[in-house]
Design a protein around this ligand. Structure first.
Ligand code: ADP
Ligand code: MG
Length: 813
């Protein structure tokens, strides 16, 4: 069969050839040569160079077969696809490095029968592999051919790499098989394997069908690409690479049906950003983020992050504020309507407002209300907001240890949020609210940074017009916010913060003040809170006093309000259960509803019945309190045991107390050698609460003297004062709270250091001093004379006996 002469059309005429029985084989690494097409080839393998040299010298015919694995260096028969192409070497150039460039022309399909030789180059027996066309297929082939031509024309039109000339060339080709080969070899985008498959398809109908499928797919891809292209072109004239790619992605998303909702959402967000009244640079940032957002797939985790951020920016009150018109008369009436008493605090607030009214742009100090719980600090701050017509937000700083709670987490953290300041402003929906920073004395510090320094920035009028929250990462102007802080104690407020604030003390209330607050405010509020009408319940004063005295023990009015609430709740239930008629709450009703009262004065009597217990007065952050000091003596050897979690200063006081008493034991009928065979134990109950300070000195001496001399201490006397080794009594702090606590506990006599007399004169109102006898002392001796009762056998204690010989006495009535 090899002698049959064939013809193949070339670009320059026709070439005749005969398929030889054996040809040199040139393995192709990554390309396929089709019959009738020309192709440049580079040849570098030494054996291949030799092959070409000899082929040129001979009939210039070789067989090319594509390797199955392009990396194979010395392919054997199994490494080559079995169908290849008989090829004519059209032209050859030798390059200086010895490698060759060829232009080859495919002539016909051949099948590799057997490798005949591997050296010096591959030679193989081949046979022609003729095309198969069945008569039954002609119609279908015809139809396919038209389709293929049409599709190819479009592919050429759309493709940026295929030359328009190909359409004209294709139009001149007759014969389905040749057309298929021509197109297959022209398509640069299809892979070597696909091409080899087409080459191997001897059945023309099958080859056409497959080619048609490939073209259709190619067309789809190109159409999509051109859609992208034209969309990009209409939206941006010339484009940066990034932008171009994003637009392509958008178009793809749109094609997949993902883009529409997102585009709408983006548009909505853009409008909201416009409406939010952001400063220019913030708006720019917001739009930049929006731009990023619009290019992300909505399902991406990052999308939610960006979206949340934009939402935050939109939600902040950039230009929302309440109009402020400071009207002092109105402010006063609001403060008075909300709070009884508190005259000093109210006056100071009104002065503060007056200054603001006169000089609106001078930044006043930041007010800090200091006092025990439940005295109305937070509630005063809220009233200030009401009287100014400002919104109000409150953030509790208690226990806050992490700087990020003030200033937020950076957005890179999963689930990051702005800090409390920005969150508060969002809640306020106004850029000039009253912002209450509650419990600023309870700020903590640890490894997560110092919230106090972040707060410092918030409160500093020099810096806070561009406060930068870590999450927002754009400045927010806090200069119009009116910050008010509250604290129980001043000492634990970090120094630099304290310096920025003006402290306004709100002391605890007396029984009378509490009664007035209850009558004027708490009762009405609790009645309303429990769904009752004012006509349903009335509390008489005696009942309120009974609640104050028998059921609460506090500086403020929180528990008082709670107990009143408890009574209202019970009355509401009775009404709901069908009882009729208004309820009058009397003392008896209180006892009925709340149970038996806990009278402190009885506790006092009970605890001081036996010698060795003295009542001291202590100052604590939650107000003053009475404090028992217990002393006892047991057999042992010169030992002092201290219990009750006493701090160092308090322990020193105890040593001083013991030393002083040992030096003066005889005066109290005690053997001065008592310590030699005794162990003395001093205990301050409520052991779980740490206590410190020197002010229990006098109480310790009194308890010791009482225990050692077996003389009980008066149950209606409380005392406070530091002592020295020589027995002098030195002044101490917290007098006002201590005296209030004594009154609450039913104490009628208080012993104070003389130098504290001025505190009583200045800080205590007439009303507060009523019913209280105060003794001022210089020396320990005087304390003991006042406090110790005569030695009587236990159990035969007279009720409230008078001291032997009252020393200098100052009644305050
Ligand atoms: N002088 C007062 N007049 C009226 N109500 C008061 C007064 N002092 C406290 N209250 C009420 O007592 C409750 C506790 O006050 P709050 O402001 O929470 O105390 P603080 O912040 O000092 O702990 C509130 O309901 C408050 O209105
Ligand atoms: Mg409070």
């Amino acid at each position: 069969m090899s002698d049959t002469t064939n013809r193949v059309q070339t670009g320059v005429g026709e070439r005749s050839y005969t398929v030889p029985a054996e040809v040199p084989i040139l393995p192709l690494r990554d390309t396929v040569l089709f019959p009738n097409s020309f192709m440049p080839l580079a040849v570098a393998r030494e054996s291949s160079v030799r092959l070409i040299d000899e082929a040129i010298a001979g009939g210039k015919l070789i067989g090319v077969f594509t390797q199955k694995d392009p990396t194979q260096e010395e392919p054997a028969q199994d490494d080559l696809h079995p169908i290849g192409t008989l090829t004519h070497i059209h032209k050859m150039f030798k390059l200086p490095d010895g490698s060759l460039r060829l232009i080859v022309q495919g002539l016909a399909r051949i099948r590799l029968v057997r490798i005949a030789d591997t050296r010096p180059y591959l030679r193989a027996e081949v046979v022609e592999a003729p095309e198969v066309t069945r008569d039954s297929d002609t119609v279908e082939i015809d139809a396919l051919q038209r389709n293929v031509r049409a599709n190819f024309q479009q592919v050429v039109q759309l493709s940026p790499v295929l030359s328009e000339d190909l359409t004209a060339l294709a139009a001149n080709i007759t014969g389905a098989g040749r057309l298929a080969d021509f197109i297959a070899s022209s398509l640069s985008t299809i892979g070597t394997n696909v091409k080899q498959e087409l080459l191997s398809m001897l059945d023309v109908r099958q080859r056409m069908a497959e080619l048609n499928r490939i073209l259709t797919k190619e067309l789809e891809v190109l159409e999509l690409g051109s859609k992208i292209q034209s969309q990009v072109q209409s939206e941006v004239g010339k484009s940066q690479r990034d932008y171009f790619l994003r637009e392509q992605m958008k178009a793809i998303q749109k094609e997949l049906g993902e883009g529409d909702d997102q585009a709408k959402e983006t548009e909505e967000l853009r409008q909201k950003i416009d409406a939010a009244g952001m400063p220019e640079d913030v708006k720019k940032e917001a739009l930049r983020e929006l731009d990023r957002l619009s290019k992300m797939p909505a399902a991406a985790a990052e999308y939610t992050v960006a979206r949340t951020y934009i939402d935050w920016l939109i939600a902040l009150p950039w230009n929302k504020r309440t109009e402020e018109a400071i009207d002092l008369a109105r402010a006063k009436s609001v403060l008075d309507a909300d709070h009884s008493g508190l005259e000093r605090a109210k006056d100071r607030i009104l002065e503060y407002l007056a200054v603001r009214k006169l000089k609106p742009d001078v930044k006043g100090p930041i007010l800090c209300f200091v006092g025990p719980p439940g005295v109305g600090k937070t509630s005063l701050a809220k009233s200030i907001a009401t009287s100014l017509g400002r919104k109000v937000v409150r953030v509790s700083l208690g226990g806050m240890r992490d700087e990020a709670e003030i200033r937020g987490h950076r957005r890179t953290y999963i689930g990051a949020l702005p800090g409390q300041i920005i969150q508060g402003l969002r809640r306020a929906e106004s850029r000039n609210p009253v912002f209450i920073l509650d419990e600023i004395d309870k700020l903590g510090t640890d490894f997560r940074g110092d919230p106090a320094s972040a707060l410092l920035e918030v409160l500093d009028p020099e810096q806070n017009n561009s406060f930068r929250d870590h999450y927002l990462d754009v400045p927010f102007d806090l200069s119009e916010v009116l910050f008010i802080t509250t604290a129980n104690v001043v000492d634990t407020i970090p120094g630099p913060l304290r310096d920025r604030m003006e402290v306004l003390e709100v002391p605890g209330y007396t029984e009378e003040e509490k009664l007035r607050i209850a009558r004027d405010h708490l009762v009405a509020r609790q009645i309303a809170n429990h769904g009752l009408a004012a006509a349903d319940v009335t509390f008489d004063d005696e009942a309120l006093s009974a609640i104050i005295r028998g059921y609460t023990r506090e500086a403020g009015v929180r528990n008082l309000e709670r107990e009143i609430g408890a009574i209202c709740r019970k009355i509401a239930r009775r009404l709901a259960e069908g009882q009729t008629g208004p309820a009058v709450v009397s003392r008896a009703v209180v006892e009925d509803l709340l149970g038996a009262p806990r009278h402190l004065d009885e506790e006092m009597k009970d605890r001081t019945k036996d010698p060795g217990v003295a009542i001291g007065l202590a100052w604590t952050p939650v107000g003053g309190d009475v404090l028992f000091v217990e002393a006892s003596r047991m057999a042992g050897g010169s030992q002092l045991t201290l219990t009750g979690q006493l701090g160092d200063v308090m322990k020193e006081s105890a040593r001083i107390a013991l030393s002083w008493f040992r030096a003066h034991a005889t005066r109290f009928g005690v053997d001065p050698q008592f310590y030699k065979d005794s162990e003395i134990h001093l205990h301050v109950p409520a052991g779980a609460i740490p206590k410190d300070g020197p002010s229990a000195g006098v109480t310790m001496v009194t308890a010791l003297a009482s225990a050692l001399s077996s003389r009980p201490v008066r149950s209606d006397v409380a005392m406070t004062g530091e002592i020295t080794l020589s027995g002098r009594v030195l002044p101490v702090g917290g007098i006002k709270e201590k005296v209030l606590a004594a009154k609450r506990a039913g104490i009628t006599t208080v012993i104070l250091p003389r130098q504290n007399a001025k505190n009583i004169r200045e800080d205590l109102t007439e009303e507060l001093r009523r019913g209280l006898t105060v003794y001022y002392v210089d020396e320990m001796d005087e304390v003991l004379k006042l406090a110790l009762l005569p030695a009587v056998p236990a159990g035969r204690l007279a009720e409230n006996p008078k001291p032997e010989e009252p020393p200098r006495r100052l009644s305050l009535a």
